[in-house]
Each structure stands twice: as structure tokens, then as C-alpha cells.
Design a protein around this ligand. Structure first.
Ligand SMILES: [Zn+2]
Length: 58
């Protein structure tokens, strides 16, 4: 898995850049119970999930 490609996502609260949550070795991304990636937004101190089904990239 290429973590660099998915390392940042836009925060839905304030449109700032959220950072992918990973384990301490930055090898395995954190996911919720649905397998969605977890991000932390330093601007609003919130975590949010990102689902690829929301993406328009395909
Ligand atoms: Zn935010």
C-alpha cells in the first residue's frame, strides 16, 4: 500500500488538510469498523473518516 498517495485528505469541517492516522511505524493506516481510513485535522483537532466511495477520482 502506498501511504504517500493517501496521506492527506481535506477535512469536511473546515476544508483544511487532514493527516492520515497510522500505527507508530507509519506502515499500517488506522481504520474504523467499516475499514474506512482515519484522518486527523490539526486545525480543528477532530478526526474524520474518508471513504473512497465519496471520491470522484474514477
Ligand atoms: Zn478540520
Amino acid at each position: 500500500m502506498n501511504l504517500e498517495r493517501i496521506k492527506f485528505q481535506t477535512c469536511p469541517n473546515d476544508q483544511e488538510e487532514g493527516i492520515l492516522l497510522t500505527d507508530l511505524e507509519e506502515a499500517i493506516p488506522e481504520t474504523d469498523s467499516f475499514g474506512n481510513l482515519q484522518y486527523y485535522c490539526p486545525n480543528c483537532s477532530q478526526t474524520f473518516t474518508y471513504c473512497e466511495c465519496d471520491s470522484d477520482n474514477d
